[in-house]
Structures are given as structure tokens and as C-alpha cells.
Ligand binder design. Structure first.
Ligand code: AKG
Ligand code: MN
Length: 247
């Protein structure tokens, strides 16, 4: 398969530069795919960005509503988006959208991601800060309508290495919707694994593609041994009324 990473398709012109980042593609089956690049951002630059984001981003820890209960989100968050997009809402929480212009470093990071991921047009960014191993994100998929059916999501990680888990959603039958006479519609049984785990390194990039949000859930579980902070940036494309933007 051809590399989706433009930046990594060319030979490195500087033989003294750090070796080229190596990408690993995982075919999840049925049109879902994940790409992982452990050393996407050089370590020093990634620490510089970590320090900047830790200090300058207006982090909040909102109240969210899950399974009929109100609780504090188990991590800090912030949302940045281009103007005029549909508003994001998850777990009963609608984050305020900050502007890219407020955080020029985010524009540099976005440019680096755009340069690497061919054809990407990310226009929004959800930032998460995990203070230590007690902070986490529960099983979920980023399948909000505003991202369309096959969203591409690019996830950059800085700081403490944490485990990222992926689990295939149970196969749904449509018997409930169509009445007992209709045969159940099943996704074809896949020969692929139903679970995957990645240890997301400082400066790494993970891209979820295709039907990953429709067919899989992901999480970053609690880890007692993780004692330092981690910042994660997920770049997403919110669909717009201009069809060209959504290609
Ligand atoms: O922190 C991560 O690696 C994942 C964050 C995530 O899944 C999300 O913000 O939707
Ligand atoms: Mn997610």
C-alpha cells in the first residue's frame, strides 16, 4: 500500500538529520485502518510543545453526563476550531471553541500534521491533558454526525507514555428495527483481531481512518504507574456546507 504520509515518502535530503520516522499500518478489517508513527515529532521539539501547551492552553475540567449521571470529566480539555463550523457536543457538554489565531503554535503543529497526512483538511482540534495515571478516557468512538461517516482523526501525544486500546464493537443485528420476519443483517465475519493496544510514545502520531469510528471503540485506561502528565491533540475535520471542503 502506498504511504499516506507525504513527508515520509521522500528520501531524507540531510544524512545527518534524525532518521526518518517509521510508520506502521494496521489493517483492522472491513475498511478500518490505523497508522502509527512513534517518532513523528523530534523529542526536543515535542517537549517544547508540551511545556507551551501545559502553560498556555485554557484547560478546563468540565462536568459531563454519562449513563444518566453527572460527573467531572477525568481529564482536562480544550477545544479549538475554525470559524462557522457546527458546534461540537459530547456527553452533554458543549465546549467553547477557541480560535487557532489565539495559539500560533497550534497552527505550526497543524501544518506539520497536514504536511504529513496526505489530503487532510483538519479544521478542529480537541486537546486533552492527563495529569497522571488516574486521568483517563473511557471507551468511546468519535462518531458524532458532524465528522461524517468515515472521519480521519490524527492524534498527537506528548509527555508520559500511555496505553491506547482499540476494541471492535459487537456486531449488531437489525432484527429489532425490521420485525421478526426480516433476516438479521450482519457485518461479514472478519479474520482480523478484535482488540489492539498501542503504547503511545512522546512525539508519536496515530491516525484512525475509514470506518474505525463506526466499527471500533477506543480508550486510554487508568494506569497507576503513570505518574507524570500527558497531553494529547486530536485533529478532526468537521463537515461543512462546501462539498469541496469535505473531499
Ligand atoms: O488521549 C488519547 O490518546 C485519546 C483521546 C481521545 O480519544 C479523544 O479525545 O477523543
Ligand atoms: Mn476519541
Amino acid at each position: 500500500m502506498a504511504s499516506i504520509f507525504r513527508a515520509f515518502s521522500n528520501p531524507n535530503p540531510n544524512p545527518n538529520a534524525e532518521t526518518k520516522p517509521k510508520e506502521k499500518t494496521i489493517d483492522l478489517g472491513n475498511g478500518s485502518e490505523v497508522i502509527y508513527v512513534p517518532r513523528f515529532v523530534p523529542s526536543d521539539q515535542a517537549w517544547g510543545w508540551f511545556e507551551y501547551l501545559d502553560k498556555e492552553i485554557p484547560w478546563t475540567r468540565p462536568l459531563i453526563h454519562v449513563f444518566g449521571r453527572t460527573c467531572l470529566q477525568p481529564r482536562d480539555t480544550c477545544y479549538v476550531a475554525s470559524e462557522g463550523l457546527s458546534e461540537l457536543k459530547y456527553s452533554g457538554y458543549q465546549p467553547q471553541a477557541y480560535s487557532w489565531d489565539d495559539y500560533p503554535v497550534l497552527k505550526d503543529i497543524l501544518a506539520m500534521v497536514h504536511e504529513a497526512v496526505s489530503g487532510s483538511k483538519f479544521n478542529s482540534l480537541l486537546l486533552n491533558r492527563y495529569k497522571n495515571g488516574a486521568d483517563y478516557v473511557a471507551w468511546h468512538s468519535d462518531d458524532e454526525k458532524l465528522y461524517g461517516l468515515t472521519p480521519e482523526i490524527a492524534s498527537l501525544s506528548f509527555g508520559c507514555e500511555r496505553e491506547f486500546q482499540l476494541r471492535r464493537k459487537p456486531i449488531k443485528t437489525q432484527q429489532g428495527n425490521k420485525g421478526p420476519e426480516q433476516p438479521a443483517v450482519k457485518r461479514p465475519k472478519s479474520s482480523h483481531q478484535d482488540q489492539h493496544s498501542f503504547s503511545l510514545k512522546h512525539g508519536s502520531l496515530l491516525v484512525m481512518k475509514g470506518y474505525t469510528q463506526r466499527d471500533w471503540v477506543h480508550s486510554v485506561p487508568k494506569r497507576a504507574k503513570a505518574s507524570t502528565g500527558r497531553i494529547n491533540l486530536t485533529f478532526r475535520h468537521v463537515m461543512t456546507e462546501n462539498p469541496q471542503d469535505n473531499e
